[in-house]
Design a protein around this ligand. Structure first.
Ligand SMILES: Nc1nc2c(ncn2[C@@H]2O[C@H](COP(=O)(O)OP(=O)(O)OP(=O)(O)O)[C@@H](O)[C@H]2O)c(=O)[nH]1
Length: 318
């Protein structure tokens, strides 16, 4: 764009009107332009800054990233962007008078651009943007995302109930069974030789195997209060309210069969069983483990351990 001399006041008007801080430094770091936005947010008027060295005005910026960026622009013709993530509030800029009184600087993003004017004189332009609102919005969104994640009840990988859902359900069902005097069964279920599977086929295929097993087993519970959940890693749990131990063991055996029927190859398993199998431990309140949630989980865990110790691919109950 070319400007006539008459258009200079117009240009000055534009520079003073824009909603960003604009200042220009010459090759000696002296301020040759300082717009109204800068005056408003620093409290320093344009007349007080002209011909002053930028680093005399902002001594804390010496040898900082902004200093390097200015030198790069003036000496090497290189632009730079100082994002607020690394340098939140480099300059003493304030959104309002009360913020200035409290010493609360605005969050800033600064771009430094080399300016090549005729007759080879070097200048650089600093543009300062107030990003406080954007940063605040971003942190609010991050907080909301975290809150939502902590509220979610589904496991990311398999889509079945997650550990949080399980913890809530087992607590509720144990209290209900105690209150109503009904039975409650819990299964802990673990894929056999899964470490060897991961090592042999890779973690991604391990994930696919977890998904396949979860998908096959999660449809087997018939009652609305039954819950199939991923307990953690390659371990799953099934809560069966109002279900006595013998019925739970029958169901557990059917689940073992179902997984065998998937015939997922597992070359790194035992020589006699080259497919994915599972072991299940069952504990029930009607078999003497009524009481605290912890007792039931502990009993199902011990039963699972027994199933593993007895050779895997089987159901044990306590
Ligand atoms: N691919 C995949 N692997 C997982 C995940 N969570 C846990 N694992 C793996 O599951 C394996 C569990 O191994 P172990 O606890 O040693 O049990 P195992 O090899 O199944 O042996 P047994 O239970 O005794 O039959 C570990 O290698 C874990 O890294 C997951 O989300 N994806």
């Amino acid at each position: 764009m070319r400007c006539s001399v008459e258009s200079l006041p117009l240009l000055q008007g534009v520079i003073d009107c824009i909603d960003v801080g604009a200042l220009v430094l010459d090759a000696n770091h002296c301020i040759v332009l300082w717009n109204r936005w800068m005056s408003q947010h620093t409290g320093v008027l344009s007349a007080e800054t002209l011909e002053r060295n930028f680093f005399d005005l902002f001594p804390e910026q010496r040898d900082k990233r902004l200093d390097t960026a200015i030198r790069q622009a003036l000496n090497n013709n290189m632009p730079a962007l100082l994002s607020q993530t690394l340098n939140r509030w480099p300059l003493p800029l304030y959104s309002s008078k009360s913020a200035a009184e409290k010493g609360e600087r605005m969050q800033q993003q600064i771009t430094v651009s080399p300016l090549n004017i005729a007759n080879n004189e070097r200048y650089c332009l600093l543009q300062v943007t107030d990003v406080s609102a954007a940063v605040q919005r971003e942190s609010l969104l991050r907080e909301q995302a975290m809150a939502l994640r902590s509220q979610t009840l589904l496991d990311d990988l398999t889509g079945v109930a997650n550990r949080r859902h399980f913890d809530m359900a087992i607590d509720r069902e144990t209290r209900r069974a105690r209150r109503m005097g009904t039975s409650l069964s819990l299964m802990m279920l673990d894929i056999d030789f899964f470490k060897a599977y991961n090592d042999h086929y890779g973690h991604q295929q391990g994930d696919a195997c977890l998904e396949a097993v979860a998908s096959a087993l999660s449809t087997m519970q018939q009652r609305p209060a039954d819950l199939f959940a991923r307990y953690g890693g390659e371990e799953f749990a099934v809560i069966l309210p109002d279900t006595p131990g013998d019925a739970a063991v029958m169901m557990a055996n059917a689940m073992c069969r179902k997984v065998r029927d998937l015939r997922i190859p597992h070359q790194a398993a035992r020589a006699d069983e080259r497919i994915i199998t599972i072991s299940i431990g069952v504990a029930s309140t009607d078999s003497g483990h009524a009481g605290e949630v912890y007792d039931l989980i502990n009993a199902a865990d011990r039963a699972l351990y027994q199933a593993k110790a007895c050779g895997r691919n089987r159901v044990e109950s306590l």
